[in-house]
Design a protein. Structure first.
Length: 221
């Protein structure tokens, strides 16, 4: 079957948001005299849904606040910051989205972020205009690595799985896509992370490399 739709993760794939989320967590954790290093964040927390990270941090650092309180506090702070701070795009994102759309490919977003955060990001960077469908954590009961969000996306697009291709940057996202029976390309510039991402069908440093591969393989024009 020919390729008809591209499905994109958001954080770390389309937008360079890892340092943003790292800073938000440290702002929350300061109240409990806890400070994460960025290396620790990248190794143990990046690409993990926020509620799971909250539970893990409470356990590791013996934080006495209830889990729902930490989650609510973190969600509120994230939304406040997203409304006032720009988050940079990953390399070549704007160019490849324009290119893919020009090829009449259908574009969808599948993210573990809540819908209000996605709307705040898109209001500032304008990426929302590229996507005909957006699936967020708000629309599902189980976040990545569960396949629910990708299965829902394919269902709503009305396509066969073979007609869709996923772009992800972390192991949880790749696991989600593969568990849904989808082909998944990993985009990861940090080569230290590459050994974790071997279950992806292909792995590239940036979107430009991925685009050239798709063209050379005849999957897109």
């Amino acid at each position: 079957m020919s390729l008809k739709a591209l499905l994109f993760d958001l954080d770390g794939t389309l937008i360079d948001s890892e340092f943003f989320h790292f800073e938000c967590w440290n702002e929350i954790l300061e109240e409990f005299n806890v400070e994460l290093s960025y290396a620790d964040w990248l190794k143990n927390y990046a690409g993990v849904p926020m509620p799971a990270n909250a539970a893990r941090l409470i356990e590791i650092y013996n934080i006495t606040a209830p889990l729902p309180h930490i989650i609510e506090k973190r969600e509120r702070l994230t939304l406040e910051r997203l409304k006032t701070k720009d988050v940079n795009l990953m390399p070549y994102v704007a160019d490849v989205l324009e290119y893919f759309r020009a090829q009449n490919l259908r574009l969808a977003l599948v993210t573990s972020s809540p819908r209000q955060d996605v709307e705040a990001v898109f209001e500032r960077n304008g990426l929302g205009r590229y996507f005909e469908l957006i699936i967020t954590r708000t629309e599902v009961t189980k976040s990545k690595p569960d396949p629910e969000s990708y299965l829902l996306c394919v269902e709503k697009l009305g396509l066969q799985k073979e007609e869709c291709l996923v772009f992800e940057d972390t192991i949880n996202g790749i696991k989600s896509a593969k568990a849904a029976g989808l082909t998944c390309i990993a985009i990861q510039s940090n080569t230290d992370e590459h050994h974790k991402l071997t279950i992806a069908d292909k792995l590239f440093l940036d979107f430009n490399q991925a685009k050239e591969y798709l063209i050379n393989e005849g999957l897109i024009a």
